[in-house]
Design a protein around this ligand. Structure first.
Ligand SMILES: O=C(O)CCC(=O)C(=O)O
Length: 265
């Protein structure tokens, strides 16, 4: 899958690009099955709702052959290489299962934590989202501020030692203040990012984004793969590998035949 010049320009201007029909039904089913299996793991890499049900799993490529192959899929890797003008490695991957009445995701920039905690030097990288369910206006789509990547880092630390997930997650959080959010939305607006299952989003990892609670009965399962150029690697290893890469070798792309074969093994 090659990107057109117009698509590259749209990514640079707005900060993201949505491409429909990147994966077919069989691939979506295989990836959904693999993701739900990883979410069943008891490990510390799984984040949970207050009732104990899983809603996020970090480092999916370390725990599933199919999800590791997804991270190497040419439909993710080749556009990323084009947009970043470089070979890429996976800095972080995750599964996000937004269940009915589950968590919100506060306004943030992925690069905020990657830079300040993981030591990724420069704001060069892409958050790729793979939709495994249809995402519409009603099941808590990603919300994002177009062009906000052009502002650089605008997030600030949120330190709340009483948060239930303080040790694991929230001490590393950098959120966007209400004042900054108001200014950004006044200047640039705010958009929903929707698409059918099988769609893929390429988003600059400095874009301000978040999502609300999903009060619909419609599940919203998404996979995220954050890639960076191989010369923009994390230099701090404070967090475990499921949050922050140790392997910086350039990804060698695979195709759908290899992904699908892994499901038939
Ligand atoms: O899937 C979502 O609702 C948001 C996830 C997100 O922003 C992230 O993982 O960085």
């Amino acid at each position: 899958m090659d990107l057109t010049d117009n698509q590259c320009q749209e990514f640079r201007d707005r900060g993201w690009l949505v491409i429909p029909n990147v994966f077919d039904k069989e691939e979506v089913q295989l990836l959904s099955d693999a993701a739900l299996e990883v979410l069943e793991r008891p490990g510390p890499e799984v984040g949970r709702e207050a009732d104990g049900s899983p809603h996020v799993s970090w480092g999916m490529h370390l725990f599933s052959e199919q999800l590791a192959l997804l991270c190497r899929h040419k439909n993710l890797v080749n556009p990323s290489r084009t947009l970043l003008n470089s070979d890429v490695y996976v800095h972080q991957s995750r599964i996000n299962l937004k269940q009915t009445n589950g968590s919100i995701v506060a306004w943030h920039q992925d690069f905020g934590t990657y830079h300040r905690v993981d030591g990724v030097p420069e704001p060069r990288g892409i958050m790729i989202a793979v939709f495994l369910d249809d995402v519409t206006e009603v099941n808590a789509p990603l919300l994002a501020v177009p062009r906000s990547h052009q502002e650089g880092l605008v997030s600030t630390a949120r330190v709340d030692p009483d948060a239930p997930d303080f040790d694991q997650v929230s001490k590393y959080r950098y959120d966007i203040s209400d004042e900054t959010m108001t200014r950004l939305v006044d200047n640039y607006g705010l958009e929903t990012i929707t698409g059918q299952a099988g769609s893929v989003v390429f988003m600059d990892m400095t874009i301000v984004h978040g999502s609300t609670v999903n009060i619909s009965p419609l599940r919203r399962l998404l996979l995220y793969v954050n890639v960076c150029p191989v010369d923009n690697r994390g230099e701090s290893f404070e967090r475990p590998e499921y949050y922050a890469a140790r392997d910086f070798s350039p990804i060698i792309p695979i195709d759908s035949a290899e992904l699908l074969a892994s499901g038939h093994a």
